[in-house]
Each structure stands twice: as structure tokens, then as C-alpha cells.
Design a protein around this ligand. Structure first.
Ligand SMILES: [Zn+2]
Length: 101
């Protein structure tokens, strides 16, 4: 049996005692302009996108290019709830910039 551990808190996820959640995040450049123009030339655009994808360095060492990424994480139930409360990990309270006086 495959054993998972939570990618966030590293806690082992027991297949019978815990709920195992899978988080998938897809990050890709918004290409609305590219797709919106010339609706009839889909083939050309597909080739265009394809060439863009192929030019992207495949798993380049440390390079954070703009090529689409599909990230997958295993989460325990606690971390799932925590993620859903704050998906972008923005520190809470930063927007409440109260003046000390
Ligand atoms: Zn966790």
C-alpha cells in the first residue's frame, strides 16, 4: 500500500485514519490576447503555443520561466483546511495597518 505524507506539515497520512487530499495547482501565462484574435486560425495558434511550450527550458536548473506548471501536493485534512483559508499564504493581519496612535 502506498503511504503518503503531507507535503505541508510532513505528517504521515494514514490511509485509514486520515483523509488524504490532493492539491493541484496549475500555473500558466494568460494568453487571452493570443486566443481571442482570429478565432478561425486555431491550428496556427496551437502551433504557436506549442512552439512556445517547446522553447521553454524543461526543468531548467532553478530557472522560474513562464512555462506552464502543474504542481501536485498531498495534504492532510488539517493542512487542506489551512490552505483553503489562505490559498496564497498571505500573512494575516498585514492589511490591517493600524497606526500605533
Ligand atoms: Zn499536513
Amino acid at each position: 500500500m502506498v503511504h503518503y505524507s503531507c507535503d505541508a506539515c510532513k505528517r504521515p497520512i494514514h490511509p485509514q485514519n486520515d483523509v488524504h487530499h490532493v492539491l493541484k495547482i496549475e500555473v500558466f501565462p494568460a494568453v487571452d490576447d493570443l486566443l481571442a484574435t482570429d478565432c478561425c486560425d486555431e491550428d496556427d495558434h496551437l502551433e504557436e503555443i506549442q512552439s512556445v511550450l517547446e522553447q521553454g527550458s524543461p526543468d531548467g536548473a532553478g530557472t522560474l520561466d513562464e512555462s506552464p506548471r502543474l504542481l501536485r501536493f498531498d495534504l492532510c485534512d488539517v493542512c487542506r483546511k489551512r490552505f483553503l483559508r489562505n490559498p496564497l499564504g498571505i500573512a494575516p493581519g498585514k492589511q490591517l495597518d493600524f497606526s500605533p496612535n
